[in-house]
Ligand binder design. Sequence first.
Ligand SMILES: *Cc1c(COP(=O)(O)O)cnc(C)c1O
Length: 398
Amino acid sequence: MGAGQLAIDGGTPVREEPLPYGRQTVGDGDIAAVEQVLRSGWLTTGPAIETFEKAITEFTGAGHAVALSSGTAALHAMTSVLELGPGDEVIVPSITFAATANAAVFVGATPVFADVDSRTLLIDPESVAALITPSTRAIIAVDYAGQPADYDALESAIAGRQIELLSDSCHAVGSSVDGSPVCKRAGMTTLSFHPVKHLTTAEGGMVLTDRADWAARARAFRSHGMNAPHQDRTAGATWIYEIDTLGYNYRMSDIHAALGRAQIDMLPEWISRRRRIAEIYDGAFAASELCAPLQNRPGVVNSYHLYVLRLALTRLTADRQRIFEALHAEGIRVNVHYIPVHLLRYYRDQFGTSKGQCPVAEKAYQEIISLPIFPAMSDGDVADVVTGVNKVLEHCRR
Ligand SMILES: *Cc1c(COP(=O)(O)O)cnc(C)c1O
């Protein structure tokens, strides 16, 4: 394939200017929206929060949206709203960002790691079914990479039991299955607005739910557990509030919310662009002997936070480490999502998790790389990634 010498061995890199795996897009409208807040007199707990929450409910179809200071705070809100605690078990997939499992630990509950489906790396409903005990109180499914988890099968797995199905949808705003958005499939759903996600507030997150009581509790939770927001106290000319439950300061500022609100205008276009980039990658790699894209389940619209490629290591002379380094040398800054959470030292030490517990996740972890995917990538950038991956993999063909 005329690949030439690899950059890692002294050859010419595919790209001079490295391409990151993800990057935010911030336009003049975003900057103007932030400036307007800075000049408005309300820097936090002002009107921009409600405006952003309303825009997110309109975009996602959720009944209620509660903005928080991060996706992690939103996950913590979910486990707190359900009053989970010591003795309670929360089932999470092994392949996710650690925050999903940490949300159980924050409230003193025990995270239990389910294996994933090898085709999609989504939480495996059969593994979940096998892990359910009388102490299981919740499942946090993760819409990994942007594809909705198999909520139908998860619902069947918990049918007739008092177990809440929750969604960590930090990868998947705008995704759907059989025409219904993911936030309609779980009791509560979290979003993240970190810069690598679909839309950003710099740091920020959201809890989505159709239940007004849960939304109210999440709202109290983000501000010390206080039962009366400052606006209500001002309107009622009173300083009185009550604290019934413990809360935190997990508020989003109006500066962040204004940025998020402005970003939503671009979201449909950005998701289309992500999906188009994924389509080009699928076309380039679906027939490859040396790697394979993840599969999409029937009926899903994947909003592609990540594009994950699995390396066919038995057909390659190099391992993922070497291929990762070779791609970086070519200027293609691939990443890996994720180290299985049950293999992280904290979980091994505190919860006695160990290797062998989630064999599908552990095997997949050796094989996965996340290719660059973000809306501002040009067709030339996408072509460079394809060229770089093919160059490195062909070079390592066994
Ligand atoms: C990004 C992310 C989070 C955490 O979001 P932050 O806003 O960074 O706190 C949680 N879960 C998953 C799956 C994520 O990708």
